[in-house]
Write a protein that binds this ligand. Structure first.
Ligand code: NAD
Length: 486
């Protein structure tokens, strides 16, 4: 059985590899060092790319069944170490056990579901004389760059479609959460041909080297919008394919006909799931003015029953901020609110002597629409609650953002929620529910929340080139004529 508590190594070309330099991974609930991990240098990235390119030569012509078997083998390997993964994920990321279970078992489920997906060739024309077929051929080597909020699931969202379509992959976890991903590489070492699935750890510089590396054909990136812009610029040098899953400032719109007590827990989890470090967290809560006070009070009451603490403790609802730079960033939003005299309906006081990077769950009572807490993505447990009266106006306010990742609408009037939802500019709009994802459901951002999508056949296509083969069975009679189709 693999030891999950020590000895974190990279997986390059099927080999277990350390590095001359190392960096520390911390437990955000205690600020203690968990382990030292390899900090790859450029030569090691070259080694990973060479291994992935070499493996691509045979992996590209593997059968659909062989690739499906590989994804199922990864799923089995995670499942058989599920408890160890969950504990390590809570320790390095901070999320409570229920969230770790969702992520790890979700990863198993995703791998198995994507294994069952395929992209059969499209037969465009098939006559006695001519046959035209569009195939989906793999791109080559994929570089996957992953953030720290869902380190395992968001890696799997890249590994599964990349391998299923015949590519090989090099995964770079965030330097803040490298441990589970390094273990994932380790437990898959014997399940896949060497070089098909590589894991390399390092800082942001390693991500930059990947995005400009001539031996990498596609970058699948999840992270901050600003970083996504750097990725896109660097990838342009070699015209790499890119998928960018970026930041969000998701609005939730609450209609006047909801029951405040019933809706409060739903809205709480919409905003504060995953310690409020969730691309799709509700980050602006628009409540109709006739029930604003009641909903705000019901939320305050509910928040007072929810514990902020170490995710390893069974009764914790909201864990710490994952890392120190993010903690400082979130603290700055508190300062900004205080400086501008906005009222905290609950929370607001950060205890600097706390053992971990803890921030109390905080609601800001109706701050101005152009305040930083409304206009930006804080990525922490501080939520502006805003009043609305006019439907057209709240839709305009909800859409008045460079982001377009997700949105939700809540109300009993099903015509109204659908009418409002259909006008929101976002890749996913949830109505009377939230954070429902699926392997068959395309997920991606509008506007500056991303380019391309993950999951579903649309997500699979992002890992392929179209390759159309036109075949004339009568040699020498095949010259095309403009205006004459087929
Ligand atoms: P980040 O952009 O700082 O880092 C993400 C990854 O990019 C890390 O692995 C990092 O090392 C790497 N990186 C940093 N600079 C790079 C560069 N110049 N070139 C290449 N790689 C580089 O993001 P984060 O702080 O880890 O994650 C939080 C952000 O991610 C939030 O904005 C959140 O909304 C977003 N996010 C989006 C989704 C989505 O699906 N749309 C999901 C989760 C998180």
């Amino acid at each position: 059985m693999t030891d999950f508590n020590s000895s974190y190594r990279m997986t390059l070309g099927g080999k277990r590899v350390g590095s001359d330099r190392e960096f520390a991974a911390y437990n955000p609930a205690t600020r203690e060092v968990i382990a030292q991990v390899p900090d790859a240098d450029r030569e090691q990235l070259d080694e990973a790319v060479a291994a992935a390119r070499s493996a691509f030569r045979s992996w590209r012509s593997s059968t659909q069944e062989e690739r499906a078997a590989a994804l199922n083998a990864i799923a089995d390997a995670i499942e058989s170490h599920a408890e160890a993964f969950m504990a390590l994920l809570t320790k390095e990321q901070g999320k409570p056990h229920a969230g770790a279970e969702w992520e790890i078992m979700g990863s198993v489920y995703w791998l198995r579901e994507i294994a069952a997906q395929s992209l059969p060739a499209d037969i465009v024309l098939d006559t006695p004389d001519r046959r035209v077929v569009t195939h989906y051929s793999p791109l080559g080597v994929v570089g996957a760059i992953v953030p720290w909020n869902f380190p395992v699931l968001l890696a799997v969202w890249k590994i599964a479609p990349a391998l299923a379509t015949g590519n090989t992959i090099i995964v770079k976890p965030s330097p803040f959460t490298p441990l589970c991903t390094l273990k994932l590489g380790e437990i898959c070492r014997d399940a896949l041909p060497a070089g098909v699935f590589n894991v390399i750890s390092g800082g942001d510089a390693l991500g930059k080297w990947m995005t400009s590396h001539p031996g990498i054909d596609k970058i699948a990136f999840t992270g901050h919008t600003d970083t996504g812009k750097h990725v896109m610029a660097a990838a342009a040098g070699t015209l790499k394919r890119i998928t960018l899953e970026l930041g969000g400032n998701d609005p939730a719109i609450v209609l006047p006909d909801v029951d405040p007590k019933k809706i409060a827990p739903e809205l709480f989890w919409a905003a504060f799931q995953n310690n409020a470090q969730f691309c799709n967290a509700t980050k602006r809560l628009y409540v109709h003015e006739v029930i604003y006070d009641e909903v705000l009070q019901a939320l305050v009451n509910y928040i007072q029953t929810q514990k902020v603490g170490d995710g390893a403790e069974p009764d914790t609802a909201v864990g710490p901020i994952q890392n120190q730079p993010q903690y400082e960033k979130v603290k700055d939003y508190f300062e900004d609110c205080r400086k501008n005299g906005y009222r905290f309906a609950v929370g607001g006081e950060i205890d600097p002597s706390a053992k971990g990077w803890f921030i109390p769950v905080t609601l800001v009572d109706n701050p101005p629409e152009d305040s930083r807490i409304v206009a930006e993505e804080p990525f922490g447990p501080i939520l502006p609650v805003l009043k609305w009266r006019d439907e057209a106006d709240v839709i305009r306010r909800a859409n008045d953002t460079p982001y377009g990742l997700g949105a939700s609408v809540w109300g009993q009037d099903l015509e109204a929620v659908e009418r409002i939802g259909s006008q929101l500019e976002a890749g996913t709009v949830w109505i009377n529910e939230i954070h429902q994802y699926g392997p068959g459901q395309a997920f991606g951002g509008h506007k500056q929340s991303g380019i391309g999508c993950e999951n579903s056949v649309h997500g699979l296509m992002e890992y392929t080139n179209w390759k159309t083969i036109t075949f004339n069975k009568n040699v020498g009679f095949g010259r095309g004529q403009i205006g004459k189709v087929a």
